[in-house]
Design a protein around this ligand. Structure first.
Ligand SMILES: [Cu+2]
Length: 243
């Protein structure tokens, strides 16, 4: 009975008429047809840790003078950069429907316990990132990356400064005082990106139908790239593994 009534609905009877998934396309509008991409990222290889060691008086790095490095070693949890949350899964290149608007609410790179978090921040090109200092002491955040060179200067607890990331690419962010403070801003050309959950699971919604290169990026590995076809109304399953 119920089924009978549902079939009287125009859209559903259209589907029932034997049309395949393609029938769903007109429901989204010819230019607004989207699908989703989901899967799991696993990190099977050991992640080299050398780059993340805090600098000390005996082993200063290129971005800090080592001051505060030894005390930094005693504070805060050790960074585990092998976690899937430090991976970015993104659709590479141009996607129809753009240009896409950066979010009105600014993502943050927070200075807290002599850490910058999140360690990896993917954003859409044009996005403004806020850099609040939530420690009780000063920090001086900067980057020497060619994609975005900047220096926020020294500022104290409770203050925040902002920076606009207007070119796509990778921006490594540091603190001039605490060389163990490091983050990477991934500036991406379209908003179809995500970071996996701790379980490795990820999902990217509302991707316009089309052929793409889907990239899984982790700072310590070569990027893993897969050719994918997103179909309207469909959920594509793609798994990545860093080995
Ligand atoms: Cu600092």
């Amino acid at each position: 009975m119920n089924r009978q009534r549902i079939l009287q609905n125009g859209a559903l009877s259209f589907l029932a008429a034997g049309a395949l998934l393609a029938a769903a396309v007109p429901l989204f509008g010819a230019n607004g047809a989207t699908g989703s991409i989901e899967g799991t990222v696993s990190i099977k290889a050991a992640v080299p840790r050398d780059e993340m060691k805090p600098a000390s008086a005996t082993s200063p790095d290129a971005y800090g003078d080592g001051a505060g490095g030894s005390s930094g070693r005693e504070e805060g949890p050790a960074m585990n950069e092998s976690e899937p949350e430090n991976v970015v899964v993104y659709v590479s290149g141009t996607v129809q429907g753009g240009p896409f608007k950066p979010p009105a609410v600014h993502p943050q790179l927070v200075q807290f316990k002599k850490r910058l978090s999140p360690h990896v921040l993917p954003i859409l090109v044009g996005t403004i990132v806020d850099f609040p200092n939530k420690d009780d002491f000063n920090h001086n955040i900067f980057s020497l990356s060619s994609v975005k060179k900047f220096d926020l200067g020294l500022y104290k607890s409770g203050q925040s400064k902002s920076e606009t990331f207007d070119k796509p690419g990778q921006v490594k962010v540091y603190c001039n005082i605490h060389s163990q403070m490091r983050a990477i801003v991934q500036v991406l050309e379209n908003p179809f990106f995500t970071k996996p959950a701790a379980s490795g699971k990820f999902k990217i919604d509302a991707v316009p139908a089309g052929d793409y290169e889907l990239v899984a990026w982790h700072e310590k590995f070569p990027a893993v790239i897969k050719k994918v076809t997103v179909k309207a109304g469909d959920s594509l399953k793609v798994d990545f593994s860093f080995e």
